[in-house]
Design a protein around this ligand. Structure first.
Ligand code: NAD
Length: 489
């Protein structure tokens, strides 16, 4: 069985013999490869290679640095279908979903090609008589990126292109569950001619991530994963005086008002809740209907979700793939069980699903629950699976009050035809990404991915101008040239 090598200093290096983690196809149970359990020694090699590459890379003009990204964009386009297939193989999502994620990832490469404009500072002549002030942005040095399983290509690409375009060198630790996609993308990065050490990949799980955060050469940490891990990474990085941006979990609510186009609302909410088998940090997991929206929305979404075709993501017509691991499946089914025991009832119960020909796959069909008690663990636990809870409210105010109680603040959406209701919602709702008649309010690459509350720990987010802010530090220069000032030439 192939062991995935680490990519350090422009070379593929066999990791030292040690622990191995199986990479498993969630639709078939097949072991695809073995990922090494990277340790502090691997991390050290990668961080040192990055630090060696940094002086020459930061001195490379931004306009030259982005030429490698133009080449990467081209290579990603040429290998688009192959990479999308790899995502489906190791993550399980459907092929159209994999294509969608890769497209979103490539958009970040495109935006980072604007670095010569995005990275500019500003200045002012004569801040005092004969004195000028200039603000430059400089790269930080070695930066670390640690990513989750649910977007094997897109989430690393939320960070990598901006980090290197700004002049940093990077060590990435992909999710141990889905390392193959980045292995392939890094092969393509190698083909761009990027100098060795600018991008390094160390495979492994939590110990490798912790060694990376702690490494003295690492100046900043970008993290995406569950809230407990994001919180721990933020605290760990801060304790060492490092910059950190840590995106965590979510519990996203949608509010459906009676004046919404209920047919389209149900379709969009169905896609949001059950797309990628509910394993998206922007998936809607609770739908709050206001007043008379309840009955029609309930009937409509149950019909749509009940007709979704669940199966292997490669099969034609399949709309929902498996969840990532058998443990994940067990956890999701257990939470549904707890919800039912605490008084909820199932409008649709996809547990126990078997897909013909894929008996070893981690499949669960869509689950819709109603009457979830406010004390149920379902209310504020991130389920991260295809489970939607239906909640009722008497007014928009009550709906906003319900969703405001959540510890998370990644996304909230409203379905309505009223501009006034939309304005109130976007003004009062405590979440960083708001959708108005949108089910997955995923910001485009040139906007920040803006989680709030327990969905984000840090100050500046991923993507766009926030990424430039994160991957640079500002230097202010105040200058006086006395000869010129006294006009003696
Ligand atoms: P996870 O937290 O288990 O792992 C994420 C990454 O962190 C992996 O690379 C893992 O090896 C590493 N890791 C795990 N525990 C760690 C720790 N204590 N210290 C340092 N590193 C650690 O998450 P996952 O199961 O891979 O991904 C799903 C989670 O990610 C969900 O909670 C989802 O909401 C969240 N997510 C959030 C966003 C967002 O933008 N907010 C996007 C995607 C996924």
């Amino acid at each position: 069985m192939a062991v995935i090598p680490n990519y350090i200093d422009g070379e593929w290096r066999e990791p030292p013999s040690g622990g191995r983690l199986p990479v498993i196809n969630p639709a078939t149970g097949e072991v695809l490869a073995l990922a090494p359990e990277g340790d502090a020694a691997d991390v050290n090699c990668a961080a040192e290679a990055a630090a060696r590459a940094f002086p020459a890379w930061r001195a490379t003009p931004p306009a030259d640095r982005i030429q490698f990204l133009f080449r990467l964009k081209q290579l990603l386009e040429e290998h688009f279908e192959e990479i999308a297939s790899l995502i489906t193989r190791e993550n399980g999502k459907t092929l159209p979903e994999s294509r969608g994620e890769l497209r979103r990832g490539i958009e970040n490469v495109e935006v980072a090609c604007g670095i010569p404009a995005l990275m500019q500072g500003y200045n002012l002549e004569d801040v005092a008589s004969g004195i000028d002030e200039i603000l430059f942005r400089q790269p930080l040095g070695v930066v670390a990126v640690i990513t989750p399983f649910n977007f094997p290509a897109m989430i690393p690409l939320w960070f990598l292109p901006y980090a290197i375009a700004c002049g940093n060198c990077l060590v990435l630790k992909p999710s141990e569950k889905v390392p193959l996609t980045m292995q392939r993308i890094v092969e393509l990065i190698g083909r761009t001619g990027l100098p060795p050490g600018v991008v390094n990949v160390v495979n492994g799980a939590r110990p490798a991530a912790e060694a990376l955060i702690d490494h003295p050469l690492v100046r900043a940490v970008s993290f995406v994963g569950s809230t407990p891990a994001a919180k721990a990474v933020y605290a760990r990085a801060a304790a060492k005086g490092k910059k950190a941006q840590c995106q965590g979990g979510a519990k996203n609510h949608v509010v459906v008002l009676p004046d919404a186009d209920l047919d389209s609302a149900s379709q969009v909410v169905c896609d949001s809740a059950f797309g990628c088998a509910g394993q998206r940090c922007l998936a809607v997991s609770a739908a709050i209907t206001v007043g008379e929206a309840r009955e029609r929305f309930r009937r409509s979404i149950a019909g749509l979700a009940g007709s979704l075709k669940v199966g292997c993501g490669f099969e034609q017509g399949v709309q929902m793939g498996p969840v990532i691991t058998p443990q994940s499946l067990q956890r999701i089914e257990g939470l549904v069980d707890q919800g039912l025991r605490s008084g909820a009832s199932a409008v649709l119960d996809g547990r126990g699903l078997k897909v013909g020909g894929f008996e070893e796959g981690n499949f669960i069909g869509p689950v819709i629950l109603e009457g979830v008690s406010p004390d149920s663990p379902l209310v504020d636990t991130e389920i991260f699976g295809p489970v939607l809870s239906l909640v009722e409210a008497a007014s928009l105010d009550e709906a906003i009050a319900i969703l405001s109680r959540s510890a998370y603040g990644n996304q909230a959406s409203l379905f309505t035809s009223s501009g006034a209701a939309a304005r109130k919602f976007r003004n009062e709702t405590p979440a960083g990404n708001i959708g108005i008649n949108i089910g997955v309010a995923a910001p485009m690459a040139y906007f920040p991915f803006s989680g709030w509350k327990d969905s984000f720990f840090g100050t500046v987010h991923a993507q766009g101008r926030d990424a430039v802010e994160f991957y640079t530090e500002k230097k202010v220069v105040v200058e006086r040239w006395p000869k010129y000032w006294s006009r003696k030439f």
